[in-house]
Design a protein around this ligand. Structure first.
Ligand code: HSE
Length: 463
């Protein structure tokens, strides 16, 4: 049994203010997957959490659409209301947990709470990707904290790792599998041969998917998350609007099979990479289905699991792995943020970990996202041809178009669906997207080519 921290600490160690002695009072908007998980874990690990925080953490008021359903979750000791603004500005609330999701009303509630002097904890990546710069500025103005560990790869403390554990490093890149739903779908399609729709329905039934699963399958959710990680890695504002986003809806099973033949697996990756080459300086910020070597650790991250890799100049590559979705998995992060708030409440704002890991005056407002044409990676191309003999012609033609060809192969018959013609598979060395786009555009008119050319990026993510 953990001892009550307030009773058991030696008197000189105790903060003198009464604020630090009483429990941190939490108001919560939303008691769905995230909210209910947070309530259950807070209740189950109450003493342990208080022992770590130095004070209790107590849910005092919840806003829910259905009060009866909310009462079923939290019981009779927590006040209930239908009015989110009442929670956001409640005089008995020290910290607002925004667990409702969405961006419009959630922005208003969060800003109202900040103006009322409340700290905010949220796992709402869409909100912070779209309105984070505004919300963090308001929080600075009012001297409160906005904590969001649960917004990225829920169970993995990656925001803390970037903001605190890796502060010595010049970060070169951050990359990972940061959407559980799409990773679940890709794993089911590859391992069990499920169709896309069936795999998506399973992910939804397990509570992994967003309310609008388009956000998952079109890569938007992953883009929200990588935009937040990029800001923390490179000391730039949140630049979600500039991210290049591609989901998995256009991905063909044929390419999954052809990638396997070449020794790769396809994963939906979020990538933020700092680049400085000659006149090109900026950040690649992108989400796309990409080939990773089958031997790479990321290739073995399956189901709804997430993994993030960070390359720092001093640390080298570090990797973080854990559940990317789920009720208590998200609660783990939300409560970690509440513990942080319980510890920092009453301290001077300048002494706290900055919202984006860099002091606001030190954020590089000029550091921009590079345009798609400037993104520089290896590529996979699949070129449908009229005859297998044309393999050499395709390779030579691409090389003549300044595409650095590393390997050319014919797709094995077992990778091809019945009735499909021959397919030339090409792996390139690193090359600007603009060069690939021009070559593919011109290739469409080549007499050897029998259909649309597919291109996917290849990420080796080496130390
Ligand atoms: N829909 C998200 C995912 C939930 O699948 O990863 C956690 O952010």
């Amino acid at each position: 049994m953990y001892r009550d921290p307030v009773q058991s600490l030696e008197a000189p160690l105790l903060p003198s203010s009464a604020t630090a002695m009483r429990p941190l009072r939490v108001g919560m908007i939303g008691i769905g997957t995230v909210g209910a998980g947070t309530f259950h874990v807070l209740a189950r690990n109450q003493a342990l959490i208080a022992a770590r925080a130095g004070r209790g953490i107590k849910l005092v008021v919840v806003c829910a659409r259905s009060l009866a359903r909310a009462m079923n979750v939290v019981g009779k000791d927590v006040a209930l209301t239908n009015d989110p603004m009442q929670v956001a500005t409640h005089p008995d609330v020290d910290v607002l947990v925004e667990a409702a999701g969405g961006t419009g009303p959630a922005r208003d509630w969060v800003l109202a709470a900040i103006r009322a002097g409340k700290h905010v904890v949220t796992a709402n990546k869409a909100l912070l990707a779209e309105h984070g710069n505004e919300i963090f500025a308001a929080a600075r103005q009012h001297g409160v904290a906005v904590a969001y560990e649960g917004a990225v790869a829920v169970s993995i403390p990656i925001v803390k790792a970037l903001r605190e554990g890796l502060t010595a490093n010049r970060i070169e890149w951050v990359a990972g599998i940061i959407n559980g739903t799409t990773n679940f779908i890709l794993s089911k399609m590859r391992d069990e041969g499920l169709g896309f729709a069936e795999a998506l329905a399973q992910a939804q039934a397990l509570g992994y998917a967003e309310a609008d699963p388009t956000f998952d399958i079109e890569g938007i959710d992953a883009a929200h998350k990588i935009s937040l990680l990029s800001a923390n890695a490179f000391g730039m504002p949140v630049r979600f609007a500039d991210a290049q986003v591609e989901g998995i809806t256009a991905l063909q099973g044929l390419d999954v099979a052809c990638a396997e033949q070449l020794g790769f697996r396809i994963k939906l990756l979020g990538v933020a990479k700092r680049r400085k080459e000659g006149d090109t300086e900026g950040v690649e910020l992108r989400v796309q289905p990409a080939l990773v070597p089958a031997t790479h650790l990321l290739a073995h991250v399956n189901g709804s699991m997430n993994a993030v890799m960070v390359k720092g100049d001093a640390s080298g590559v570090t990797m973080y792995y854990g559940a990317g979705a789920g009720s208590e998995q998200t609660a783990s992060a939300v409560i970690a943020d509440l513990v942080d708030v319980a510890r920092l409440d009453g301290t001077h704002a300048g002494q706290r970990v900055p919202h984006l890991g860099f002091h606001p005056q030190a954020l590089d407002e000029q550091l921009a996202v590079l345009p798609r044409a400037a993104v520089h990676t290896r590529h996979y191309l699949r070129v449908p041809v009229h005859s297998a003999q044309q393999i050499e012609a395709v390779g030579a033609w691409l090389a003549a178009q300044h595409v650095p060809v590393l390997q050319v192969a014919l797709a094995h018959d077992k990778a091809l669906p019945p009735g499909s013609g021959p397919q030339v598979l090409v792996l390139t060395d690193a090359v600007a997207q603009a060069t690939v786009d021009l070559a593919v555009h011109a290739l469409a008119a080549h007499p050897a080519v029998a259909g649309p050319v597919v291109t996917l990026r290849v990420e080796t993510l080496e130390g």
